[in-house]
Design a binder for this molecule. Structure first.
Ligand code: 13P
Ligand code: SF4
Length: 333
């Protein structure tokens, strides 16, 4: 009989409706020598079985240093691809292969190659939310956690091309003053936030600080006390003396915020059609791709070691360079 408490310190604490699933997952993890990496937008029960929960940058950094044989990536497909690019000889599985991203979809590699061909002086900066084939065409990758630093470090004699998120790109352009050609992609979940609904919430709770993800529209970013990546949002709420926060990003992050900041209150910024009345049809924002993953699917992908991320050798090799460049610049002081 296996003592689950010896397998993982959190295993014995898994007393919820997900307890037996969580225990099976902890046992599989030990048998496979697997590591479970989860994004901040995953459902709480997935976050609770993960070895590491974080933003895209933190997840890439963890993937780069793991000595596990199997990486179970609980996030979306481009994130699992990044882990595979950094670990070409390891098995990388994800709970649901359909977990895509509207930003990734907006930027097919052949279209990017066509645009790049129009200007040989382009230096292409890709937000990590893109396919491996797009990464393979780029000079450097950024996440929302390091975009400003990496754009500041870009060669001064180059014409900067930023893909695929025009909102993050516009925000970085404002922060750095570096002109950039912006690809016209967006995160379908973040552009649903409207300044009207956030202002209304702010009127109701004037003491609340507004924390916004940079994939949001400019009118929404302009209302923010802080614009930052999901991990920096958690740090901001922890360190700021305010007791109440309006959180303008995917609602999965609230679980970590509640764990990190006991006693503070988090209000999910609502998304609803402002043209429609009454406004009680509002809801918290959820990314339909992130929410495809379930604890059952985590167990299934560990049992079958599928679906797996596989990439052509030339893409693996070419896409590694801009990711490694990002990781190297990120740790510079
Ligand atoms: P970060 O967690 O890196 O801020 O990214 C948010 C996001 O939309 C991931 O898809
Ligand atoms: Fe893509 Fe937006 Fe979902 Fe993040 S939240 S995975 S950017 S669609």
């Amino acid at each position: 009989m296996i003592d689950v408490a010896e397998i993982h310190p959190r295993a014995a604490m898994a007393k919820t409706q997900f307890a037996s699933l969580a225990r099976e997952i902890f046992i599989l993890k030990k048998q496979l020598n697997a590591v479970i990496l989860a994004h901040n937008y995953q459902v709480p029960e997935i976050q609770d079985v993960a070895d590491f929960v974080g933003d895209s940058l933190g997840l890439a950094q963890q993937a780069a240093k793991t000595d596990a044989d199997v990486i179970v990536f609980c996030g979306v497909h481009f994130m699992a691809e990044t882990a595979k690019i950094l670990n070409p000889n390891k098995i990388v599985v994800l709970p649901d292969k359909g977990a895509g991203c509207s930003l990734e979809e907006s930027c097919p590699a052949p279209e990017l190659a066509k645009l790049q061909a129009t200007n040989p002086n382009f230096w292409t900066i890709a937000y990590i939310n893109c396919s491996a084939a797009v990464k393979a065409l780029c000079d450097v990758i950024v996440t929302s956690g390091n975009a400003e630093k990496i754009v500041n470090a870009a060669p001064k004699d180059k014409d900067l091309l930023f893909v695929p998120d025009e909102n993050l790109g516009q925000w970085v352009l404002e922060q750095t003053g570096r002109p950039m050609t912006l690809w016209k992609g967006n995160c379908y979940a973040h552009v649903e936030f409207q300044s009207e609904s956030i202002l209304k919430l702010k009127q109701q709770f004037p003491d609340a600080k507004v924390v916004v993800h940079p994939e949001s529209l400019r009118a929404v970013r302009d209302l923010a006390d802080s614009v930052c990546s999901t991990e920096k949002m958690i740090a901001f709420c922890k360190n700021d003396p305010a007791k109440r926060f309006i959180i303008v990003t995917e609602s999965g992050i609230i679980h970590r915020m509640q764990q990190a900041c006991p006693g503070k209150e988090f209000l999910c910024a609502p998304v609803f059609d402002v043209m429609r009345a009454p406004t009680d049809n509002c809801r918290c924002s959820e990314c339909k791709y992130m929410k495809l993953n379930t604890l059952e699917k985590v167990r299934a992908c560990m049992k079958t070691l599928a679906p797996r991320v596989e990439l052509p050798k030339e893409i693996l090799e070419r896409a590694r360079l801009p990711i490694e460049r990002m990781l190297e610049i990120s740790v510079r002081s």
